[in-house]
Every structure is written in C-alpha cells, then in structure tokens.
Ligand binder design. Structure first.
Ligand SMILES: *[C@@H]1O[C@H](CO)[C@@H](O)[C@H](O)[C@H]1NC(C)=O
Ligand SMILES: *[C@@H]1O[C@H](CO)[C@@H](O)[C@H](O)[C@H]1NC(C)=O
Ligand SMILES: *[C@@H]1O[C@H](CO)[C@@H](O)[C@H](O)[C@H]1NC(C)=O
Ligand SMILES: *[C@@H]1O[C@H](CO)[C@@H](O)[C@H](O)[C@H]1NC(C)=O
Ligand SMILES: *[C@@H]1O[C@H](CO)[C@@H](O)[C@H](O)[C@H]1NC(C)=O
Ligand SMILES: *[C@@H]1O[C@H](CO)[C@@H](O)[C@H](O)[C@H]1NC(C)=O
Ligand SMILES: *[C@@H]1O[C@H](CO)[C@@H](O)[C@H](O)[C@H]1NC(C)=O
Ligand SMILES: *[C@@H]1O[C@H](CO)[C@@H](O)[C@H](O)[C@H]1NC(C)=O
Ligand SMILES: *[C@@H]1O[C@H](CO)[C@@H](O)[C@H](O)[C@H]1NC(C)=O
Ligand SMILES: *[C@@H]1O[C@H](CO)[C@@H](O)[C@H](O)[C@H]1NC(C)=O
Ligand SMILES: *[C@@H]1O[C@H](CO)[C@@H](O)[C@H](O)[C@H]1NC(C)=O
Length: 539
C-alpha cells in the first residue's frame, strides 16, 4: 500500500506514473493470454479519438489503451470482454462493471466514467451479444446450457481474472485495489462474486440486485399474469395505474412527517385502495376501480406465497407505480408471451412453446433444483469475503418497480440470520442503503435525490461524460469513493448523501440532497428545508 499524504477520507486518484501509449499493441498482451483466449484488438485512444460503442460513442476521455479479448469457455460457448487502461492517469486500482437484465453487452457506458477516476476498467458481454433494448429477451439461452453458465457467473469471473493479468502486464506494476460496481443483473453478479469468488474484489458495490434468479424471474411472470387477460374484469388499465400512483402518493407521502412528494419508506404505508372504488354504475372507469380491479391491486403489492406457506418472493413498496405499470401491461397481440416468460421458457423448461398458464409452484421447485447457469446468488454465508477483508456496499431504490425493494431487504436479513450466529457484525463489512424515491438503479420519482455515481448512473445524467458527483467528488456523496475509503482507510460510511440535479443535468445545479442511512436506520426529518441534508438525521 502507498503512503498517503492526503487527509483521512480523501481519495487519491492521482497517477503514480504515466505509461507510454506506444505499449498499447497486441505484442504487449498476447504473451499473457491464457490458452483459451485470443486478442481481438489493442488500440490506443487519444483525447480527440472517438470510441464507437454499440449504443453510443465516447469521446473526450482521458487517454487510454482499449483492449478487447475473446475467451472460449467451453466447446460450445465463448465470452468477450473489454479492458480500458488509462495511459496518463492510472490510479493503481482496477474495477469491473456489471451488466443488466439478460443483455449481453460490454458496459462501455460505465467504463467511460471509470477512466476519469483513473481505474483500469473491465466489463464482459456475459457470453452473448444482445442489446439493452432486449433486456427481457433470453432467446439466446434456449438449448444453450454453457451460454447460461457464462451469463450466470463464468464470464465475469474469467474476465476479471484475465483482465487483472493483462492490466499488471501493461503497467508492469501490481494492482493495489480491485473493485466491482453493478446494478440489477450487475447487482446479482456482484453478490455472486462475493459468494463464489471472494478473492476477486476488495470492495463490491451492488445495487437493486437480481440475486434470487430462480424466484425473481418466475415472479416477473406471475406479476404480469395478475393483469391478464386484457379483456378480463380484473384487468387494470394504464390510465388507472396513473390514478393509483396519485392516490398512493396522497395516502403515503405524509407518513414520514413531511409532505414533500417523497415516500421515505414505501413499506410503512397502510395503503387503502378502496378509496378508489367506483361509487356508481355510471362512474368514469378510467379514473376509478371496480371491486375485481381492487383485488388485482392487492395481488400486485402482496408477497408471493405458495403451497405449504412457502415464501416465494416479496412485492413492491408503495411509490413504485410508474415502473410497475410497465411490468403489468401486455399488448393484446403478446398475451401468449407476457413479460417475464423468458426465464421459465428459455432457461428452466427449455421449451420455446412453454405456455405461461402452466406457471405454478412446481415451476419454482424445478427452477431451484436446476438453477440453470448457477446464476442464483443465494449463498448467504459470505463470511469468507469478510474474513479476507472485503467490503460490500449494497443499495436499492424504494420506488423500484422492476425488482422489489423487499428482495434486497430479504437478502440482508438472510445474511444477518446466517452471520450473526457466527459472531459476525454485518456493519463491519456489509452495509445496506435504501434510496427513497429512486427507481430501478437510476432516476427518481418526484425529484427525489438519487444520484450516488454508482453503476449505470452517470449514463443517465446530462451532459455526456459525467463522472462521480460533480462539485462533490468525495466519499460522502460518491458511493464508489465511499467504498474506497472503507476498503483503503477503514472509514466505514455512516451515510451517503444522494443528490438530485435539476433535470438530472449537472450543469444546471443541485436541486436537493438528502442522506441515505445504513439499514435499518432511516433518514428522519428534524426541521428546516427538506431539500437540504441538514434537515435530516439518520435514526
Ligand atoms: C485535439 O483537438 C483540439 C481541438 O481541435 C486541438 O487543439 C488539439 O491539439 C487536439 N489534440 C491532439 C492530441 O490531437
Ligand atoms: C458513432 O459513430 C459512428 C461512426 O462515426 C456513427 O456511424 C454512429 O452513428 C455514431 N453513433 C452515435 C450514437 O452517435
Ligand atoms: C471467439 O471464440 C470462439 C471460439 O473459438 C469463436 O467461435 C468466436 O467466433 C470468437 N468470437 C469472436 C468475436 O472472435
Ligand atoms: C477454457 O476451456 C476449457 C475447455 O473448454 C474450460 O474447461 C475452461 O473453463 C476454459 N477456461 C476459461 C477461463 O473459461
Ligand atoms: C459482439 O459485439 C462486439 C461489438 O460490441 C463485436 O465486436 C463482436 O464480434 C460480437 N460478437 C459476436 C459473437 O457476434
Ligand atoms: C376475452 O377474449 C377471449 C378471446 O378472444 C374470449 O374467448 C373471451 O370470451 C373474452 N372474455 C371476456 C370476459 O370478454
Ligand atoms: C374519463 O376520465 C378520463 C381521464 O380523466 C377523461 O379523459 C375522459 O374524458 C373521461 N370520460 C368521460 C366519459 O367522462
Ligand atoms: C405440503 O406439505 C405436505 C405435508 O407435509 C406434503 O405432503 C406435500 O408434499 C407438501 N406440498 C408441496 C408442494 O411441497
Ligand atoms: C452449479 O454449481 C454446483 C455446485 O458448485 C455444481 O455441482 C453444478 O454442476 C453447477 N451447475 C451448473 C449448471 O453449472
Ligand atoms: C444541460 O444544462 C445546460 C445548462 O443549462 C444546457 O446548456 C444544456 O442544453 C443542458 N443539456 C441538456 C441535454 O438538456
Ligand atoms: C424543495 O425543492 C422543490 C423543487 O425545487 C421546491 O418546489 C420546494 O419549494 C423546495 N422546498 C423547500 C422547503 O424549499
């Protein structure tokens, strides 16, 4: 470890040495490849060069060496990874960024901000190519058990290991610290790595984790079926979902003591949907609900419990309606393949004609038995990661209408049940933060402060090339820097301040900031302007 001349808690992102871009050639890397791997390219990028990515182009980045590698992982599968190595400003740290949904795509949008910190950054396509536009599509998994395994864990682990070798070969120096950041599937990948490969990272930042693959993916389908068929008396329409969202806000906003449009704890509200019942046969049914439709509202917000009281999956917190709406609306012509069908059809039954109507508890049991690709990250004994000094920061938005907030709370509690009897205090190495108002991984409803510069987040901001939290590039506001301070200096985060920029545009200034608290503490209003951190205290 390098001696630090910085104040405690400040994060040193300064280069220890520059390296000539002329080393960015295939000859530098090829000798260090494992026998399964082949180099696709190694190309230096200067400040005026544009990297043409699959979803966007990246320009005005710090100088770097862009490397792309293909690894054959079995006789019938291969994965690719991108590795970007700063040539001016390496901070001697390494970071891997995760993926989203079922997509197969290197996370260039996260690697770009990673360069500004000075990280050597790596990301894999998870073993197949598919776009985020098709995040719910898993047709690539049908009849492809080895490709599922790449997506499940092998591509990330293999990319991280080989990426480290190539990084150290390029700089002829050791990596000081190794990190991970990912959200959604990326959060799952982070937890899977903590469980299966505790030595891969010193610090893991995992958001909105899709960790319980065998349950969550089937629950996605279950959720969609509550609102099918579209001509049924219990079917809720889009305009009714908007009415529901407004009524939830009306009933739940004040529960935390402040009517600021931000529901601080969406599970703390005793919501009564009956206020929405149509009160006459002639009522306008786009603004009120029938009794059958109220039943659907209850189903949407209830945990899935199956035969013999078997708990399958938690449901959403109140306040997540805007995204839930997208999960439960099925086009008339897509009613035979509703949202969520991909996993049981393409992973579990491996049958392109599997009918969603046959979803039942046996689907869950078979999923648990097979766990295709070993994707599920449900090994709660993460003590090996703790014992080697690892630190885990976990977060989840309270207005997440794609993956219920409760699934992260459930994971935390399972880890607690597993580790407390071993004499392990979770706070010593694993801290969990809920983000009121934040949707799935990024963005928020009603201008709630949400931005903590984690994976996926800079790409949701304007202008392009946002990195960290402009104006607040420190461990108190930037979740990655909070993790670095914990790993490198032993300063555990007591709170992280989330920021809302006007229009999510950093050049327009800060609209509001609010502390996020270490679970189970919550930010409580103590008076003053609620848009400022001083009005809140973690209790
Ligand atoms: C990059 O472009 C700017 C503006 O056109 C120019 O001033 C600068 O010299 C260029 N830098 C390099 C390294 O080519
Ligand atoms: C990226 O650059 C390529 C090549 O210049 C261009 O064809 C493409 O349209 C650009 N993509 C975007 C999203 O701007
Ligand atoms: C990667 O390697 C596999 C196995 O050798 C090969 O089938 C595939 O075409 C390669 N992919 C690329 C992009 O080179
Ligand atoms: C290399 O290929 C072999 C045989 O196909 C496989 O067992 C092994 O897991 C592969 N290694 C990596 C890093 O994927
Ligand atoms: C996957 O996409 C990358 C571009 O992002 C491309 O270079 C590569 O060849 C593709 N791989 C396959 C197997 O199509
Ligand atoms: C809904 O549509 C299906 C298929 O067209 C039809 O069989 C059924 O009777 C309809 N149900 C209602 C309640 O209209
Ligand atoms: C029902 O309410 C919707 C939404 O407010 C409105 O657009 C529509 O015109 C109303 N329909 C009738 C018949 O009043
Ligand atoms: C439910 O419990 C009963 C009694 O233990 C058992 O016979 C039955 O198999 C269980 N059902 C399932 C689906 O596990
Ligand atoms: C999943 O992991 C278990 C335990 O390590 C192993 O026995 C099993 O073969 C793996 N299954 C798949 C599909 O990779
Ligand atoms: C961001 O804000 C700046 C300053 O107000 C403005 O010039 C720019 O157009 C905004 N960007 C976007 C994409 O709205
Ligand atoms: C907080 O910010 C919002 C949006 O800018 C504004 O409408 C509200 O008046 C502010 N609240 C206080 C107490 O200043």
């Amino acid at each position: 470890m390098r001696p630090s001349l910085l104040l405690a808690g400040a994060i040193n992102l300064v280069a220890t040495q520059a390296i000539s871009a002329s080393r960015c050639t295939p000859e530098t890397f090829t000798p260090h490849l494992s026998s399964n791997a082949s180099l696709i390219y190694a190309v230096p990028y200067g400040p005026n060069d544009t990297f043409v990515g699959p979803l966007g182009n990246y320009t005005d980045l710090p100088e770097y060496c862009a490397v792309y590698v293909n690894v054959s992982s079995s006789a019938t599968s291969s994965y690719e990874f991108g590795l970007w190595l700063p040539t001016e400003t390496w901070n001697k740290r390494y970071i891997a960024y995760g993926n989203g949904g079922f997509t197969g795509m290197v996370a260039f949008a996260d690697m770009a901000p990673g360069l500004f910190y000075g990280f050597a950054t790596v990301s894999t396509n998870t073993g197949h190519n598919s776009s985020v536009m098709e995040a719910g599509d898993a047709g690539w998994a049908l009849n492809k058990p080895e490709v599922r395994t790449d997506w499940g864990w092998r591509a990330l682990h293999g990319s991280v290991e080989l990426g480290k070798v190539l990084t150290e070969a390029f700089y002829s120096e050791d990596i000081d610290y190794s990190y991970y950041a990912g959200c959604s599937t990326g959060g799952r990948q982070g937890l899977k790595s903590v469980q299966m490969f505790p030595d891969d990272f010193d610090g893991v930042l995992a958001g909105a984790c899709a960790w319980w693959t065998t349950h969550q993916q089937n629950w996605d389908l279950k959720l969609a079926t509550y609102n099918l068929p579209n001509n049924a008396s219990h079917h809720i329409t889009e305009s009714q979902m908007d009415v529901l969202a407004a009524e939830v806000l009306r009933q739940c906003d004040g529960v935390d003591g402040v009517e600021d449009n931000i529901i601080m704890n969406g599970y703390a509200c005793d919501f009564r949907p009956e206020t929405l019942l149509c009160d006459s046969p002639s009522a306008n049914t786009s603004t009120c609900f029938s009794a059958d439709q109220i039943d659907t509202v209850y189903k949407i917000y209830s945990p899935w419990v199956e035969t013999n009281d078997s708990f399958v999956f938690p449901s959403f917190a109140y306040g997540a309606e805007a995204q839930i709406e997208l999960m439960i609306m099925t086009d008339d012509d897509e009613q035979d393949s509703p949202s969520g069908i991909a996993y049981p059809r393409d992973f579990v039954y491996n049958d392109a004609d599997w009918p969603w109507q046959s979803l039942d508890f046996s689907t869950i049991q078979l999923s648990d038995q097979l766990d295709p690709g070993n994707a599920t990250a449900a090994d709660f004994d993460i003590s090996p990661f703790k014992n080697k000094g690892g630190k885990l920061l976990h977060y989840h938005g309270f207005a997440d209408g794609e993956i219920p907030t409760g699934s992260s709370i459930y994971f935390y509690k399972q880890a607690q049940k597993t580790l407390t009897p071993q004499g392990i205090e979770l706070d010593d190495f694993y801290r969990f933060f809920l983000i009121p108002g934040m949707q799935h991984c990024q963005d928020s409803v009603h201008d709630a402060p949400w931005y903590i510069a984690s994976a996926n987040q800079p790409g949701a901001m304007e202008p392009s090339n946002v990195w960290s939290v402009p104006g607040f590039r420190d461990r108190k506001h930037d979740s990655l820097m909070a993790l670095m301070a914990w790993v490198e200096q032993g300063i555990a985060p007591e709170e992280i301040i989330a920021t809302k920029f006007y229009n999510d545009n950093t050049t327009e200034g800060v609209q509001a900031q609010r502390p996020l608290c270490v679970y189970p503490k919550e930010a409580k209003y103590i008076g003053g302007n609620w848009n400022e951190t001083t009005a809140w205290e973690c209790k």
